[in-house]
Structure formats: C-alpha cells, structure tokens
Design a protein around this ligand. Structure first.
Ligand code: URA
Length: 182
C-alpha cells in the first residue's frame, strides 16, 4: 500500500495484489489493475477480467485452479475530464514493481505461469518477448518455471473485426495452459 518506489502509487486508490489458490496449477499475470480493480482492490474484476474468465472457462481451466495477479500493483491513469484513462506502465515502473511479483510467485508456488501481454511477459521472463510471434508457446524462466505467453484480454476487447475468431484463437492459446508441460 505504502510503496513509493515508482511514482504510480501516490495517485492510485490502493495497491491490488494477486488473488486465488495457493499452489495453483496456473498463476496468470496481467499488466496492472484497471479502473475497477483500483476501486475494488481485487485483480481482474472489470471488463478484461470478465473476458478472461469466459476464455478460461472455454479452455477448460477452472478458476479454483488459478491465482491471478499483475506485473504492476498500482493503477496508472491519465485524467480526461472525470474519466481515468489507463496508461501503460513504463519499463522502469514495471522494474520497480518486480520484487513484489517475484515475492508473490515464491509465496504462491504455482506449477506454471501465464503471461497476459507484453508487460507481464517482460517482467516474468526478464526480456522483451514478441507476444504475437510466441503466443500459445511455453517458454522457460531461469528458475525453471514455465511461462505460457499470450495476449492481454484488453487486446481482445479492442478487436473490431472477426471478434469471434480472435476469441477462439485466445481460447486455443489458453488451452495450452490447461496442460502444463511436466
Ligand atoms: N488488466 C490487467 O492487466 N489487470 C487487471 O487486474 C485488470 C485489467
């Protein structure tokens, strides 16, 4: 809550840490809390979270088998009138938050990780990852934990054409995570 290791924290309502099962089959990591998550204090409770829940259900992944979290623990936004518009965290901000994420991974002890989008992939793997090229594939961290890379659910909310096909491709990515490699 009191973290000021980067400038984001002072403007957010609260920090939003991960939530879910300990020792889960999968720990899914997004970018940062959105507007709803910032207000409610829980990860993935807004529109992106609803889309993710629907995709996970179709991929055969039960919420009870997961822990969901974010690479950055505070909401970063820009005020436009009364609206708070999401702004992506900078690399420095994500790097400042990394030790919180790594502490979570150590405490939660997931069998495998899912990186939802480029910010999460960079934080989890320690390097820039071409998400569109490697989506649906398992990569490995230095500590041996496997990371499945896919898109952030917000990217699907922005799709204008062939939304159904984009959603089905997302479910196919996540279905890889339903069977983590041994
Ligand atoms: N987007 C994220 O990356 N995380 C959330 O918790 C909500 C939206």
């Amino acid at each position: 809550m009191a973290c000021r290791e980067c400038p984001i924290g002072q403007y957010a309502t609260q920090s939003v840490v991960g939530q879910g099962k300990l020792k889960p089959r999968l720990m899914l990591v997004g970018e940062q809390p959105g507007d709803q998550e910032d207000l409610q204090g829980h990860p993935f409770v807004g529109p992106a979270g609803r889309l993710l829940a629907r995709a996970l259900a179709q991929a055969g992944i039960a919420p009870e088998d997961t822990f969901v979290s974010n690479a950055v623990k505070h909401f970063k936004f820009e005020l436009r009138g009364k609206r708070r518009i999401h702004k992506s965290p900078t690399q420095r901000e994500a790097a400042a938050c990394l030790h919180w994420l790594e502490d979570e991974i150590r405490l939660v002890k997931p069998r495998a990780l899912v990186a939802l989008g480029a910010t999460a992939a960079r934080s989890l793997l320690g390097r820039a990852v071409p998400v569109m090229l490697l989506r649906g594939q398992w990569l490995a961290r230095e500590d041996g934990l496997r990371v499945l890379v896919t898109l952030h659910p917000s990217a699907l909310l922005r799709v204008r054409e062939e939304r159904e096909a984009a959603f089905e491709a997302y479910v196919r990515d996540l279905a890889q995570a339903a069977l983590p490699p041994a």
